[in-house]
Write a protein that binds this ligand. Structure first.
Ligand code: HPA
Length: 283
């Protein structure tokens, strides 16, 4: 187990390697889920830093992609926020320790990001869900059987027992909702259940999750939200429903379907995210 000051040393080495490439302080950190990574390429005035060039950054095991951090601005928003987008996320199911899974988010909050937007591809449990829906995360169920804050706590980063009453910031959700309305759509809100994966759920597990109050299911996001809240960042989450959850849909689940649906929702996702980020409060 790593000592707390070891985490702080790793964070400061990572932020140093980023600052050497781009000294801007990001206002907003964005984590891009499956199929949503191309959002990073829409940033302008951008610096692209490959993960292997950032100290202590974990290796992403998605084939053919090392992962990259893109720091830039939203198009046509020269006075808008500086956005730091992570294209390539590390998952618990890849075999990483939880502190490694949340390291990239901790790094961007350490760099100065006050807001964290977490995005993902998710299975839709709610009977009303449709593939392609974008859903604001209103709360979560941590069903990964562990917690990224287990281990020694560094009180310089955050409290031992952080409050989780309002992880998914209601004010930020209202801003995202207004952004979506101005783009002519409405976002539903839902509870996201995080399981470890990598196997998809069984129909019985989905019935259990529904009984527990989950609307969405996925394999990421919750550890990052916990770590970001631990450090005092404000968190917003958007799930792209890429498929109906097991047993809700008559068909089998596949990663190809997940990526295909995320791709077709991408333009709408990009427009809503852009407008949301442009209208977040500037602190
Ligand atoms: N289950 C878990 N994770 C997912 C799903 C799902 O149905 N779809 C996209 N990520």
């Amino acid at each position: 187990m790593n000592a707390p000051n070891d985490l702080r040393a790793r964070l400061s080495a990572a932020t140093d390697s980023i600052r050497k490439r781009d000294a801007r302080v990001p206002d907003i950190a964005v984590v891009l889920g499956s199929g949503l990574s191309p959002f990073a390429d829409t940033l302008v005035d951008a610096t692209v830093i490959e993960y292997p060039d950032i100290a202590h950054m974990p290796v992403v095991t998605v084939p053919g992609h090392a992962g990259k951090l893109v720091i830039g601005k939203l198009p046509n928003e020269p006075d808008g926020p500086v956005v730091a987008a992570l294209a390539g996320r590390v998952h618990f199911y890849e075999g990483h320790a939880m502190d490694t899974v949340v390291f990239p988010v901790r790094m961007l909050v350490s760099l100065g990001a006050k807001f964290v937007l977490l995005t993902n591809a998710a299975g839709g449990i709610a009977p009303t869900s449709r593939p392609g829906d974008l859903v604001l995360i209103s709360d979560h169920l941590n069903l990964q059987g562990t917690n990224p804050l287990i281990g020694p706590n560094d009180s310089a980063l955050g409290p031992r027992f952080p409050d989780m009453t309002r992880v998914w910031d209601p004010e930020l959700r209202a801003i995202a909702q207004r952004a979506a309305q101005s783009e002519g759509s409405e976002l539903r809100e839902g509870v996201y259940a995080a399981l470890t994966g990598p196997s998809y759920e069984t129909p019985a597990e989905i019935r259990m999750l529904r009984a527990m109050g989950a609307d969405l299911v996925g394999m990421s996001t919750v550890p990052e939200a916990i770590a970001a809240r631990h450090m005092g960042a404000r968190v917003l989450g958007i799930s792209c429903v890429t498929n109906l959850a097991a047993g809700v849909s008559a068909t089998d689940l596949s990663h190809e379907e997940v990526e295909h649906t995320a791709k077709s929702a991408r333009d709408r996702f990009t427009r809503i995210v852009r407008r949301t980020l442009a209208t977040l409060p500037r602190t």
